[in-house]
Design a binder for this molecule. Structure first.
Ligand code: FMN
Length: 188
């Protein structure tokens, strides 16, 4: 069926966490929206120190979710509604902190609660300093998430925010988009 090959009307949750690459998530959200996806952005508190919700609200044309404690539908908490509606969840950029929380089953904010409550496929695009990326606990956490079926795209080698060249640069938005499409195709 044609719909399987397209992002048109697919319900995609984009989690944005607190790294310098948060600005690149705007390019991803824009590309998804331009292809007709229905994108809901969830930002962590740290992400909002790097980019404003207004950027994502404008690009996605949807409200941006920033807190567990915002207006609630009395019938169902919003993280459950979003988790159940999501066809796929992508976290870009994903911090070492977020990867660690997910690998430990921690659900203490809107994004971790949504991921934990969802059965949708998850795509993760890590971005961090190369030493953080190579840290053995971060590597252990990535392996745990991969074992659970989460799809990792990147990171790549390149110039990092520190000015150093190393492993840890977030993949380009169009590469993440391709991983989202492939994952959706596989999940049917
Ligand atoms: C300027 C600056 C840049 C940062 N960049 C990154 C980054 O690229 N990757 C990362 O894992 N953490 C980075 N951090 C640390 C995270 O912001 C920190 O771990 C935070 O708790 C992440 O919260 P979150 O995962 O809930 O978004 C950075 C911190 C600062 C102050």
């Amino acid at each position: 069926m044609a719909r399987k090959d397209t992002l048109q009307a697919r319900k995609i949750v984009c989690g944005v966490t607190g790294g310098i690459a948060a600005y690149k998530a705007a390019g991803l959200v824009s590309a998804l929206t331009q292809r007709g996806a229905d994108v809901t952005v969830i930002m962590t508190e740290s992400a909002r120190r790097f980019v404003t919700p207004l950027t994502f609200r404008t690009l996605s044309r949807n409200p941006v979710i920033t807190s567990l404690w915002e207006e609630q539908d009395p019938a169902k908490p919003i993280h459950i509604s979003i988790a159940e509606a999501a066809e796929i969840i992508v976290i870009a950029p994903a911090t070492a902190n977020m990867i660690g929380k997910l690998a430990s089953g921690i659900a203490d904010d809107m994004l971790t609660c949504t991921v934990t409550a969802s059965t949708a496929p998850i795509v993760i695009a890590p971005a961090m300093n190369d030493a953080m990326y190579h840290n053995r606990f971060v590597q252990r956490n990535i392996k745990e998430l991969q074992k659970s079926g989460m799809v990792f795209v990147g990171p790549e080698k390149g110039r990092l925010a520190s000015g150093k060249v190393g492993m840890g640069r977030m993949s380009a938005p169009l590469d993440i988009l391709r991983a989202i499409k492939d994952t959706l195709k596989k999940s049917g």
